[in-house]
Design a protein around this ligand. Structure first.
Ligand code: SF4
Length: 459
């Protein structure tokens, strides 16, 4: 679907809200959900034998990017990875013991931090440990992806990762403008970046994603346009264009960004408008929530066939997998629950050394949560909700159940963000950039007085 950029409506609906990589969002997680709850959910999910997704958090980075809100450990001491990996190996064994071996791992993701901070032999040992403990799906039916910092890649890394089974890479770029790079402390050349894309194509990876951020210090429409030209010259299969959320009270690193260097809200909107036009003009399809892909990419095809899913890494083609998170801060989604590992390295080490899993908190979804999750997922991924689908799945009458929400949505229909007809709600081209606002109508937990503290701006 094409995106219709309407500056007046974007300004009208500019508020704070979740990105809905999960529903309910992590704000609802609590320490009342612990290891026993997790084990029970995993037991139940084993009976359904849904395929598995594994997420590994590798937190190490050599230097601090000032915009970064990820859980990371900045260090030049490579030996710090050794005790961390010992715990990761222990957690793999412990988690795998709880999983029915007939369940295949169809999706795997290494995120961070910087996964390629690890030496090649450490990466190989880690994949070996995973393969020994879990049943991996055959290469043609799995998606194994890894986040790559082009500044932390050796000549051997990209071919080695392919040999180890990875078939997709995602590159952090953010911006090629030297002034922007200096202001966020991330100096990364075009040559370094393109060398990784070339190596991935030569090795045979299925797709390359490039991450960019708009709203960073010193960015202008012209400067970001130049970055886009450079990136598009390589025609990556996927692009994620994130909106920088400046929240220095929540993200300590962002205190190092000089607030007067940030572009004005008007400039940010103009950058977004230029970006959407440029990418659509270059033939990319808007998937929703910052993500674009080429028309023949699997994500675009999944969107057309109704298979697209939203998860903690953005969008995915693998529906109905249960997710096990391994490493500090990792989030899992098993059966009707979410769980998150300890956030601090020390706590994570202590938990693993005591023979436990490292679950710090989590959440078990009620039936109402499941219904709302499916509605929000449908809006985010298919851009429509078919009432009958939800009514049949949960034995409800959609209109009775969502009487209040449908009244609220009527205002958005007047603004042409959605079309409401007797069978479905459809997001219009004008509503595409306001998906979060539309989804927020179905969120039972939003507290407007807390939203600014908890979430980023939607635009
Ligand atoms: S953006 Fe990536 S490389 Fe930079 S500090 Fe964050 S995790 Fe590390």
């Amino acid at each position: 679907m094409l995106v219709d950029f309407n500056a007046a409506l974007l300004a009208k609906y500019d508020t704070y809200g979740p990105r809905y990589t999960s529903y309910p969002t992590a704000v609802q997680f609590s320490d009342e959900f612990g290891e026993m709850d997790y084990r029970l959910e995993l037991e139940q999910s084993n009976q359904q034998r849904t395929p598995l997704s594994l997420y590994f958090h590798i937190p190490f980075c050599k230097s601090l990017c000032f915009y970064c809100a990820c859980a990371k450990i900045i260090t030049n001491k490579q030996e710090r990875t050794i005790p961390y990996l010992e715990r990761i190996h222990a957690e793999i064994v412990r988690q795998a013991e709880l999983v029915d071996p007939n369940r295949e791992v169809s999706q795997l993701h290494f995120g961070g931090g910087t996964p390629t901070y690890l030496h090649d032999d450490q990466l190989a040992a880690l994949l070996g440990e995973i393969a020994r403990n879990f049943t991996l799906a055959p290469p043609e039916s799995r998606e194994f992806s890894i986040e790559i910092d082009p500044r932390a890649v050796r000549d051997t890394t990209i071919p080695l990762l392919y040999e180890l089974g990875f078939n997709r890479i995602s590159l952090g770029v953010q911006d090629f403008d030297p002034r922007v790079q200096a202001a966020v402390n991330r100096i990364q050349s075009v040559e370094q970046t393109f060398a990784v894309i070339d190596a991935a194509r030569a090795a045979g990876y299925r797709s390359t994603n490039v991450d960019l951020i708009y709203g960073l210090p010193h960015q202008t429409v012209d400067s970001f346009s130049t970055t886009l030209d450079t990136v598009l010259s390589k025609r990556p299969e996927r692009l994620a264009i994130y909106n920088y959320a400046h929240m220095p009270d929540k993200v300590k690193a962002q205190k190092l960004i000089n607030v007067i260097d940030l572009p004005s809200p008007e400039t940010k909107l103009a950058i977004l408008e230029m970006t959407v036009e440029r990418l659509q003009g270059a033939g990319y399809v808007y998937l929703g929530m910052d993500h674009f892909a080429l028309p023949d990419d699997e994500l675009t095809l999944a969107k057309s066939s109704g298979q697209l899913q939203r998860n903690f890494q953005g969008y995915s083609t693998y529906a109905d997998t249960d997710l096990i998170g391994i490493g500090m801060t990792s989030i899992g989604r098993i059966h009707h629950s979410f769980s998150q590992n300890m956030r601090e390295e020390d706590d994570y080490f202590k938990a693993i050394d005591s023979g436990a899993l490292a679950i710090a908190r989590g959440y078990r979804l009620s039936l109402d949560d499941q219904i709302r999750r499916d509605v929000i997922q449908a809006l985010m991924c298919q851009n429509e909700v078919v009432y009958e689908t939800i009514s049949q799945r949960y034995g409800i009458d959609f209109f009775d159940y969502f009487c209040k929400e449908m009244r609220q949505l009527a205002g958005m229909a007047i603004d042409s963000l959605v079309v409401i007809n007797p069978h479905r709600i459809t997001v219009t081209p004008t509503g595409q950039l306001l998906l979060r606002n539309i989804a927020m109508v179905f969120d039972a937990y939003l507290d407007p007085s807390e939203s600014q503290r908890q979430f980023s701006r939607v635009i």
